[in-house]
Design a protein around this ligand. Structure first.
Ligand code: 5GP
Ligand code: MG
Ligand code: MG
Length: 177
């Protein structure tokens, strides 16, 4: 199907997203300021790319950039069969790790990532997610949550519809889906 922007109903405008991201940055700055001046921020590709970039610019900390890209084998996400495409390129042992996720749905990919990060004995691991779907009991502790949404498939600001729509500056849903 051809992508038609007219089919997108805006849920969060560019302005609204900026406010949400700034609010999260404030809370994250408050959390870290008494404990460390340097963190390792892990971008969970690809959906978190814009959120990661905008959020980190608002942190008054030294930030080490790291990227992970994992994918679930189709139909097997609940069995934990995950394929790693890119992994952090430096040790996180003794580091303050902030995982940056676009949206938590079933939590399958995050449980895998968190488990592996902890094996490296970091000083601390925290998770920030711009969105959280409340339809599943995903079992993941989100330390900083932007917005909770229902059973909707959202696109834009990094979130894709069949690998496109990520560059939309707003977040919306496809009408009629
Ligand atoms: P999980 O089910 O493992 O929590 O979600 C894995 C990934 O699926 C999310 O990080 C996100 O990239 C993608 N995903 C989950 N819900 C949505 C959605 O509503 N829209 C889009 N575009 N991607 C989603
Ligand atoms: Mg993601
Ligand atoms: Mg996707």
């Amino acid at each position: 199907m051809l992508f038609d922007p007219a089919r997108i109903e805006v849920l969060y405008s560019e302005e609204e997203l900026k406010k949400i991201v700034n609010g999260l940055a404030e809370k994250i700055n408050e959390y870290y300021s008494p404990i460390t001046d340097e963190i390792t921020a892990v971008c969970i590709l690809k959906g978190s790319v814009h959120f990661y970039s905008d959020l980190l610019k608002r942190l008054n900390l030294k930030v080490r950039y790291n990227f992970v890209h994992v994918s679930s084998y189709s139909g097997a996400s609940t069995t934990g069969r995950i394929r790693v495409k890119t992994w952090v390129d430096e040790s996180v042992t003794n580091r303050y790790v902030l995982l940056v996720e676009d949206i938590v749905d079933t939590g399958g990919t995050l449980r895998y990532i968190i488990n592996y990060i902890w094996k490296q004995k970091p000083a601390d691991v925290k998770l920030v997610s711009l969105f959280e779907k409340t339809i599943h009991d995903h079992g993941v502790k989100i330390d900083f949550t932007g917005e909770k949404i229902g059973d909707q498939f959202i696109v834009g600001y990094g979130l894709d519809y069949e690998e496109v729509c990520r560059n939309l500056p707003y977040v919306g849903y496809l009408k009629g889906e």
